[in-house]
Design a protein around this ligand. Structure first.
Ligand code: FHN
Length: 595
C-alpha cells in the first residue's frame, strides 16, 4: 500500500525524536532516562505479533462471488462497497472457534513478546464493546463477546504485553471519517472530521485506555491524513499522556512524532540510528485474511528478516490474519512455530540486543551485540571455514551459541579477529557464533572506496560517516526511500557526510549528485571537498523530499591522488538542504595509472 502525500509528509516530519513527550500534564519534557525506562520492555522484546482481525475476514477477499484486488482489510474501499452493505456483514460474523489463550500461545511459542491487535481498522468496525458506537462486535454480531477483553486476560495469564491498533483517521463507516482517495458513499460517509473524532474516535480511545486491565501497552495509530490538524492531534496526545507507561507510534498525524518509527513491509538498510523503530510485515501478501492468498514467506525468510532487523537495532512486528471463524491460518502457525524453535536455542542473540557495531554489511550474515558479547548470525557458512571480524580488540572466548561447550579458535591479526569455524554447518538457516570481546568493540575502519575501472568514484549515502561540528548532537540521519538509503533531516549546517576514498589519479572530475529537494532548498549550496579541492554547487528542486533526481553539479579539480577524504555539507544559508542518495565523481579524461 502506497502512502498518500499527506502521510509521507507526516512521516518525513516525524523524523524528529519524541523527547518532548511529557510524562504528566503535558508540560514537563520527558528525560532520556525516563524514556529509557518507558521503552525498556519494548526494546528488550524485539519480536511481536501484529493481528489484523475484523469484519473483512468474512468476505475474505471476494465480494458477491468476485475477487476484489488488494489487501483483505481494504475490501470495502477497493470494492467501493456501500456503508449499509458493509455493515450488514456484521450479522454473519460469529467467530466461534476464537480462543484467546490459543492465540497467545501461538505468539509465545513463536518467541514473540507482545501482541498488537486491530481494535478498529479503517472499516470503522470496533472489535470491542463500545458505548460510543454500536457498530461493534458485541452489539452488532451474533458473537456478542469482546475478544479484546479475552485477549487482555489471556495475555496477563501468559505474561505477554498487549497493544491496540486503532485507525484514528480513516473510518469508512462513520460520517466524517477520512477515506484515502475520497468518500464513495456520500450519504453514509460525508460529514465533519472533527465531529467524527469527538463522537467516535476519541471516546473509543478512552474506552480502550480505560477498560482493559493492564492493557494497552501500545497504541498503534495508522494512515494519518491532513484532516488530523495539530490541534486535534493534541487532544489525543493529552489522553495518551494520562498513561505514563504507554508507547505509541509515529502515525497519529498533526506533526506528532510518537515513540516509534514504523517502516512497513521493508527493512531500512541502516535502521534508524538513535531512534526506536519497528518493521511491520505480512507473512503472505495481506494483513487481513484473504482466502486465496497463498503467497507465504518461508520460515528462512522470516528468520533472516528478524535477524536483519535486530542487527539494525529494530523490532519485528509480524502479522497474522485470522479467519472469520477465529482461527490463525495453519501456514502462519507452522512458520511461527519454526521461528520459535530457532529462538529457543538462539534467543540470547536477539532479545535485548543492540545493532551491530560494524559499519559494513558482511556477506556471510549479520551481527548483533549485548555488552561485550557479539553474536555472528551466519547465513552463508564460509567455504574456507574462516570468518574475519574487522576489529582492534582481542577476544576471550568464541563458541557456537547452540553448543557453548565448543571453543572455537580465534586469532587477532592485522585485519581483525580470524575465527575458525567447524566444518559442518550447525543450522542451515542461521548459526550463531558468540564472541566474547575484550573491552568495548573497536571496529577497524572499513577499507577506502576504490575508483572504478572507468575512473568514476561512487559515494553512496549508505557508506558515509555522518559527523557534526555542532556543539550538540548530529541531526542528519540515514533514511531510506524505496529501500535505497539517503541522508535526510539535514537541517543543521554543521552536519556533514564523509567518505575515505583511494583516488588513483588527480585531474578534473565532473560532480554528479542524486538527491531530492523542495523549493525551499533552492539556492542552498552543496559544498563538496576532495582533499584540498572544494566546489560549491546550487541545489535545484525535485518538488518532493522523496523524488530523487541526478544532477550534474559542475566540475572539481582534484589536486592529489592517493588516500583522500571527501566531505559534503550545506552552506547553511537556507537550512533545509536535501535528501542525498549519492555523489559521483567522473573523470574528464580517464587516466588511471594503477589499472
Ligand atoms: O492501510 C493500512 C493497512 O491496511 C495495514 O493496516 C497497514 C499495517 O501497517 N497499515 C496501513 C497501510 O500503511
Amino acid at each position: 500500500m502506497k502512502y498518500t502525500i499527506a502521510l509521507a509528509a507526516f512521516l518525513l516530519m516525524s523524523t524528529g525524536n519524541s523527547s518532548l513527550q511529557a510524562t504528566e500534564g503535558g508540560s514537563i519534557p520527558e528525560t532520556k532516562e525516563q524514556r529509557d525506562v518507558r521503552m525498556a520492555w519494548w526494546r528488550e522484546a524485539k519480536f511481536g505479533m501484529f493481528i489484523h482481525w475484523g469484519l473483512y475476514s468474512v468476505p475474505a477477499g471476494s465480494w458477491q462471488g468476485k475477487p476484489v484486488s488488494g489487501i483483505g482489510e481494504w475490501i470495502m474501499h477497493n470494492g467501493k462497497i456501500s456503508v449499509a452493505d458493509y455493515k450488514a456483514l456484521a450479522s454473519q460474523f460469529d467467530p466461534e472457534k476464537f480462543d484467546a489463550d490459543t492465540w497467545v500461545s501461538v505468539a509465545k511459542a513463536a518467541g514473540m513478546k507482545y501482541i498488537v491487535i486491530t481494535a478498529k481498522h479503517h472499516d470503522g468496525f470496533a472489535m470491542f464493546k463500545s458505548e460510543a458506537n454500536p457498530f461493534n462486535i458485541v452489539d452488532a454480531t451474533p458473537f456478542k463477546r469482546d475478544p479484546l477483553k479475552e485477549l487482555a486476560a489471556a495475555c496477563q495469564r501468559q505474561g505477554i504485553k498487549l497493544g491496540f491498533y486503532y485507525s484514528q483517521d480513516q473510518d469508512w463507516t462513520a460520517p466524517g471519517g477520512a477515506a484515502l482517495g475520497g468518500h464513495w458513499d456520500k450519504a453514509g460517509q460525508d460529514g465533519d472530521f472533527a465531529s467524527y473524532l469527538h463522537t467516535k474516535a476519541i471516546p473509543q480511545l478512552k474506552e480502550l485506555l480505560a477498560n482493559y486491565q493492564s492493557a494497552p501497552a501500545v497504541i498503534w495509530f495508522d494512515t494519518p491524513t491532513a484532516d488530523m490538524t495539530p490541534q486535534l492531534a493534541q487532544e489525543i496526545v493529552a489522553l495518551l499522556k494520562e498513561h505514563p507507561e504507554l508507547i505509541w507510534n509515529n502515525r497519529l498525524g498533526g506533526g506528532e512524532p510518537g515513540d516509534t518509527e514504523t517502516p512497513e513491509q521493508h527493512i531500512p538498510p541502516s535502521g534508524f540510528p538513535g531512534r526506536d523503530w519497528e518493521t511491520c510485515m505480512t507473512i503472505n501478501g495481506t494483513w487481513g485474511y484473504k482466502k486465496n492468498d497463498e503467497n507465504w514467506k518461508s520460515t528462512d525468510v522470516l528468520l533472516h528478516n528478524l535477524i536483519d532487523i535486530a542487527s539494525k537495532g529494530g523490532n519485528y512486528l509480524l502479522n497474522v490474519g485470522p479467519t472469520s471463524e477465529g482461527i490463525i491460518p495453519a501456514p502462519e502457525v507452522e512458520r511461527l512455530k519454526q521461528v520459535g524453535a530457532w529462538l529457543k536455542v538462539n534467543g540470547e542473540a536477539i532479545y535485548g540486543t543492540q545493532a551491530t557495531p560494524f559499519k559494513e554489511a558482511f556477506p556471510w550474515g549479520r551481527v548483533t551485540q549485548r555488552g561485550n558479547r557479539l553474536y555472528l548470525h551466519v547465513f552463508d557458512w564460509p567455504k574456507d571455514g574462516q570468518l574475519v571480524l574487522p576489529m582492534k580488540n582481542g577476544v576471550s572466548g568464541v563458541c557456537l551459541l547452540a553448543d557453548p561447550g565448543t571453543r572455537l579458535k580465534a586469532v587477532t591479526g592485522a585485519g581483525g579477529v580470524e575465527i575458525t569455524l567447524p566444518a559442518s554447518v550447525p543450522d542451515s538457516v542461521a548459526s550463531v557464533v558468540a564472541v566474547d570481546v575484550d573491552g568495548i568493540v573497536d571496529p577497524l575502519p572499513p577499507p577506502p572506496i576504490e575508483q572504478r575501472a572507468d575512473g568514476s568514484i561512487e559515494l553512496r549515502a549508505l557508506d558515509a560517516d555522518l559527523l557534526t561540528r555542532a556543539e550538540g548532537p548530529i541531526k542528519a540521519v540515514m533514511e531510506s526511500y524505496d529501500d535505497i538509503s539517503s541522508i535526510g533531516y539535514w537541517i543543521q549546517p554543521q552536519d556533514y557526510a564523509q567518505w575515505r576514498v583511494n583516488i588513483a589519479s588527480a585531474g578534473d572530475y565532473a560532480v554528479l549528485a542524486e538527491y531530492a529537494a523542495v523549493s525551499s532548498s533552492v539556492g542552498d549550496k552543496m559544498i563538496v571537498s576532495v582533499g584540498a579541492a572544494t566546489g560549491q554547487y546550487a541545489l535545484q528542486s525535485t518538488d518532493s523530499w522523496k523524488k530523487f533526481q541526478t544532477f550534474q553539479l559542475g566540475m572539481i579539480h582534484v589536486t592529489q591522488a592517493g588516500l583522500q577524504t571527501i566531505t559534503i555539507q550545506s552552506d547553511g544559508v537556507k537550512g533545509t538542504f536535501c535528501n542525498l542518495r549519492s555523489l559521483t565523481l567522473k573523470p574528464k579524461k580517464v587516466n588511471i595509472s594503477n589499472r
